[in-house]
Design a protein around this ligand. Structure first.
Ligand code: PMP
Length: 360
């Protein structure tokens, strides 16, 4: 079955072992003679699943006790609105660091709710490179500072954590969550749609420092209010139980692989193979500065739209799926999330070599 590799940016590939387990227990989960998606979210067995998922996720990502984990709906975009609704306070404004499409989209949405200052943190020029991340001189004017550590479309990753003094730091980690170790205590809120590294679409994880719960503006709808969600264990309405279940299996699977520390090593090895290949080639090019190259989304182009289209078509025919770059950027993008085995990257490189020889 692994002659096909799926490089989709999201919804993305899931670990095969997780899909097999889900398949195996689909009709009879925990001896209930029914599937997990057909039982009450408040049943004892489902509550046990939820408690264990919380525990496993905490262990995987080394989450301190003073943080709550919420499993919400509405995707990362839902959080683009929830964050200002919950965090805007006395200062009445937020700082958004713009490193590309998703951080800019988050800023645009926040403008519906509060004053936003937006700061371009990309250096001028053709190479995508992040400027200095020291905001200690200005951060205290804001209720929070928002950024996106991995821009999924351009493949720009920010490995250093912005310095914001005592101001709350908020991160959209949709395409980098669980890919490498991070110091959670530097963040006020981390959020991520599940459909890349956590599970299927339909569930959104929010890791929130407890003192930030209970600050929502009065007119915040209950489903977007972190306090009501935290008080009801993310079950103020019926949660996406099947997606939650699949995430719980992914957490267990990752723990079995050795946790994020081990996964990070594999991710570094996968990305290095691909970037090293790109660097020695004068046929393909990647325009991200070395220190900001994403471990998860590797973008490249031949510099010729027709050739790019041919590449994608021929790669697909060879079982290398979903390599077409996002429409706002063009070119190619290989998303190599946690579930992508190193064999997938090797197969891609072998194809790239052959394509280069045939089309030079
Ligand atoms: N932020 C980032 C970094 C993303 O990659 C995406 C989806 N590709 C989003 C936000 C939007 O996520 P959702 O579709 O879950 O709202």
């Amino acid at each position: 079955m692994n002659s096909v590799f799926n490089f989709s940016a999201g919804p993305a590939m899931m670990p095969k072992a997780v899909l097999e387990q889900a398949q195996q227990e689909l009709l009879n989960w925990q001896d209930q003679q029914t599937s997990v998606m057909e039982i009450s979210h408040r049943s004892k067995l489902f509550m046990e699943l939820v408690t264990q998922a919380d525990k496993d996720f905490r262990q995987l990502y080394n989450i301190p006790d003073n943080y709550k984990i919420l499993f919400l709906q509405g995707g990362a975009r839902g959080q683009f609105s929830a964050i200002p609704m919950n965090l805007i306070g006395e200062k009445g404004k937020a700082l958004y660091l713009n490193s590309g499409h998703w951080s800019a989209t988050a800023a645009k949405e926040a403008r519906l709710f509060c004053d936003v200052d937006e700061l371009n943190i990309l250096e001028d020029g053709d190479t995508l490179k992040i400027k200095s991340l020291d905001f200690t001189g200005i951060a205290d004017q804001y209720d929070y500072v928002h950024y996106c550590p991995n821009e999924t479309i351009s493949g720009v990753e920010i490995f250093d954590v912005p310095e914001v003094g005592n101001t709350v730091l908020v991160a959209d980690m949709s395409s980098t969550i669980l890919s490498r170790q991070i110091d959670i205590s530097k963040f006020g809120i981390i959020y991520a749609g599940a459909q890349k590294n956590l599970g299927p679409a339909g569930i959104t994880i929010v890791i929130i420092r407890e003192d930030l719960i209970g600050r929502a503006r009065k007119a915040t709808p209950s489903i977007w209010n972190y306090e009501t969600q935290a008080k009801s264990d993310s079950m103020i309405n019926t949660p996406p139980t099947f997606a939650w279940y699949l995430c719980s299996l992914v957490f267990k699977y990752l723990l079995k692989q050795g946790g994020v520390k081990a996964i990070e090593k594999v991710n570094q090895a996968k990305a290095k193979l691909l970037y090293d290949y790109l660097d020695q080639s004068d046929f393909y090019r990647n325009t991200v500065a070395k220190e900001n190259r994403s471990l998860m989304n590797v973008t490249f182009t031949t510099g010729n739209d027709e050739l790019n289209a041919k590449f994608v078509a021929e790669a697909t025919a060879c079982g290398l799926q979903a390599l077409k770059g996002h429409k706002v950027l063009g070119g190619m993008r290989a998303s190599i999330y946690n579930a992508m085995p190193i064999e997938g990257v090797k197969a891609l490189i072998a194809f790239m070599q052959k394509f280069e020889q045939d089309n030079k």
